[in-house]
Write a protein that binds this ligand. Structure first.
Ligand SMILES: Cc1cc2nc3c(=O)[nH]c(=O)nc-3n(C[C@H](O)[C@H](O)[C@H](O)COP(=O)(O)OP(=O)(O)OC[C@H]3O[C@@H](n4cnc5c(N)ncnc54)[C@H](O)[C@@H]3O)c2cc1C
Length: 484
């Protein structure tokens, strides 16, 4: 034990000597926030936190960590929900936080593109592009904290995916520092570049296992300055999916968000934001938050009015309200955001991020909720999400008076019950959030031998010494020594 303590102290001294005190944090109070997940459920430790100011600093950090035998866990805003950006071996890992590499290098409205450093906060980029009359469509609840490098590394989704795609579809180029310290310089803004295999794709969604993303070039679009937002009540999730199909046809590509909410969303949102106005009664079985947006000559308000007249006349939508101001629209979105916070306030619970083929989504939710009711009658299921993409969060809340042990037991059992139903429907256990360390076993249990072989081969080719984010996505400690 003594030996380990001394050796950590030595490593800390060496890091400070080689990189300089400005880049390296080692005090427990300073590093705890980088070693704790967003929910505060899991806290670990690290030898140090390194906070580079430039790509050259990142290269120096990699070289130093390699010399000292330390592996590196990259971190952006630390809002990831699967323990990908927090360390799990406090004595041999450092966190490399990109938070000080947060400059916007360029916003080019003529080229519809931006070039930003990886540590730029998503909301700050969105604001800066808006100031230039442009729009960066990635939008998610954590946008005030998450950083572009993290968004790219998780291939983040969010509320606008159905119109603009996941982050992968918004990335034009990347600058990445590799485990050998070399730079992959792919920071182009070309839309079309078919010169062989598109290597940047390897780093998108890799959760920091192959390279440290230091800068990103991104696609922008014109600002959709006409936005119509409506909260609609329906008789079932199945009707919500019918409504989604109809909106796709009637509103074409102008539909920018379609979020499904259960009636419990209102209660949960109020628990988080007590004075939040709720404009509809909670008596209906299902709700949809619909957003249509456009720019230029398109009359969005008229489109929303005509669309809603049609779906209300046919009885598909039974009640609804259209926001008549920006602040009313904001309040509707706060219901969606507040329900997440409300669940967190009810204590540790089972969270999922599932995708299912759209035609089976409603029956999946019915089957999975029934299976949870049968196995865990004292728990409450909450299903909601970006259902237009087939993405649903089917969360399970233990009873409020459950002890920590009882909560742990319910969460463990609920996960197994829901995962079994996901497998029956050939769905994905991670629609948006990635694998990290939290879902590694579930991922590995479902990995085909061919996919595993390819993943191991890619890691071996780029990071044979397992320097970057070990144990994230797959535990490769043993696999690296396996024969090809
Ligand atoms: C309230 C809330 C709502 C959310 N809603 C959504 C949602 O709708 N859709 C969605 O997809 N996600 C959502 N998330 C999850 C999370 O915000 C995203 O995964 C986000 O993209 C993570 O970005 P980050 O900067 O916080 O990354 P981090 O959490 O810091 O890191 C995530 C992963 O990326 C790696 N990484 C980070 N930066 C780099 C880098 N520069 N180079 C290499 N690797 C790096 C880390 O090692 C880690 O594996 C939500 C989270 C919260 C808390």
């Amino acid at each position: 034990m003594m030996e380990t303590t001394v050796s950590i102290a030595n490593k800390r001294n060496s890091l400070r000597d080689l990189l300089g005190g400005d880049l390296v944090l080692t005090e427990a109070d300073d590093i705890v926030r980088y070693c704790t997940d967003w929910h505060g459920d899991v806290t670990s430790g690290a030898v140090a936190v390194i906070r580079p100011r430039s790509t050259a600093d990142v290269q120096a950090a990699i070289k130093t960590c390699r010399t000292l035998g330390l592996s590196i866990v990259p971190q952006g805003g630390n809002t990831g929900l699967v323990l990908g950006g927090t360390p799990d071996e406090p004595e041999s890992q450092v966190v490399l936080s990109l938070e000080r590499m947060n400059r916007i290098r360029k916003i080019d409205s003529d080229d519809f593109s931006a070039v930003v450093e990886a540590g730029c906060i998503l909301a700050e980029l969105k604001d800066a592009t808006a100031d230039k009359g442009m729009f960066f469509p990635l939008a998610l609840g954590a946008q005030g904290t998450c950083r572009i490098g993290g968004n790219v590394s998780t291939n983040a989704g969010g509320i606008n995916v159905l119109r603009y795609g996941m982050t992968r579809e918004l990335v034009l180029g990347l600058e990445v520092v590799l485990p050998d310290g070399n730079i992959f310089d792919g920071l182009s803004t070309l839309r079309k570049d078919n010169r062989g295999i598109d290597l940047k794709q390897l780093f998108i969604g890799a959760e920091g296992t192959l390279g440290i993303i230091t800068a990103v070039s991104l696609k922008l679009t014109p600002t959709p300055d006409n936005v119509a937002t409506a909260l609609l009540a329906l008789n079932s999730l199945s009707d919500a999916i019918t409504l989604y199909r109809r909106a796709r046809k009637d509103c074409c590509d102008l539909m920018s968000a379609f979020e499904f909410l259960p009636p419990l969303a209102f209660t949960l949102a109020k628990e988080a934001i007590p004075d939040l106005p709720i404009p509809l009664s909670a008596d209906y079985p299902a709700y949809v938050l619909l957003e249509i947006s456009g720019s230029g000559l398109v009359d969005i308000d008229d489109l929303m009015q005509r669309f809603l007249e049609g779906v209300m006349e046919s009885g598909l939508v039974v009640d609804g309200t259209i926001a008549s101001s920006h602040s009313q629209a904001r309040n509707l979105w706060l219901i969606r955001e507040g329900m997440n916070e409300g669940q967190a306030k009810r204590g540790a619970h089972m969270r999922t991020d599932i995708s299912i083929p759209l035609p089976q989504l409603a029956s999946f939710v019915a089957d999975a909720e029934a299976a949870v009711r049968e196995a865990l009658p004292d728990c409450t299921s909450v299903s909601y999400g970006h259902v237009g993409d087939g993405n649903v969060h089917l969360n399970v809340l233990p009873p409020s008076d459950a002890t920590p042990e009882e909560r742990h037991d319910r969460i463990y059992r609920a996960k197994s019950v829901v995962s079994t139903v996901v497998d029956t429907y050939h769905g994905s256990i991670s629609a948006e959030h990635g694998i990290g360390r939290l879902k590694r076993k579930d991922f590995e249990d479902r990995l085909s031998s061919t996919k595993r072989r390819l993943l191991v081969a890619i890691k071996r080719a780029i990071d044979p010494d397992l320097l970057f984010n070990p144990h994230c996505q797959i535990n490769l400690d043993a696999a690296m020594d396996e024969p090809d």
